[in-house]
Design a protein around this ligand. Sequence first.
Ligand code: FES
Ligand code: FES
Length: 203
Amino acid sequence: MSGSEAGSNAGPEPPRPLGAEAEAEAEAAAEAGGLALYRLNVDGFLRTVSGAWLGDSLLTVLRDRLGVTAVKDACEQGRCGACSVLIDGRLAASCTVLAADADGTRVVTVAGLGASGLARAIQARFLSEGAVQCGFCTPGFVVAVTELLTRRPDADDQEIREALAGNLCRCTGYGRIVAAIRAVQQERGILPIGGEDDVEWHP
Ligand code: FES
Ligand code: FES
């Protein structure tokens, strides 16, 4: 993902509902083959997933079946944070969650955060503070930072480090990312101008 993509507010893709006939066929095929048919609420749209393996991760279904490529695929082991999403408002590595288990929840990806003023501010500050280089990690960071600042608007350095410990970046050295978070806090009147510490962070 490029930096400009990370900073865009592209809205969620329109849903692609199955027609009634196709849905009935998919249901029959699912029953015959022991595969799953379920619906996911992704970025506010109800999406039908048919013929998926019950063991498919949410990451796999989002990217490969629903075309939500804003969620990045890297380690697939819950170790890098590139695939971060919110599930009912809680941060989750989508590679570690079974997609079928997300039926009945509300999944929000970075693309679905666009309407939030906070997420927009975070993306803008990531760009202005140089926190985006190759941009691959950025969607996951934006989701994680949005969750953090929603829960703890005045998070201090320690809380920021702890909250983002599961997100890896191989380009920025993390200092620019923390600076972007501090800039958002300043912009929102939570952190006095010049009130941040110098941050050295090597998780
Ligand atoms: S791809 Fe999910 S944590 Fe790395
Ligand atoms: S900006 Fe390249 S991995 Fe984070």
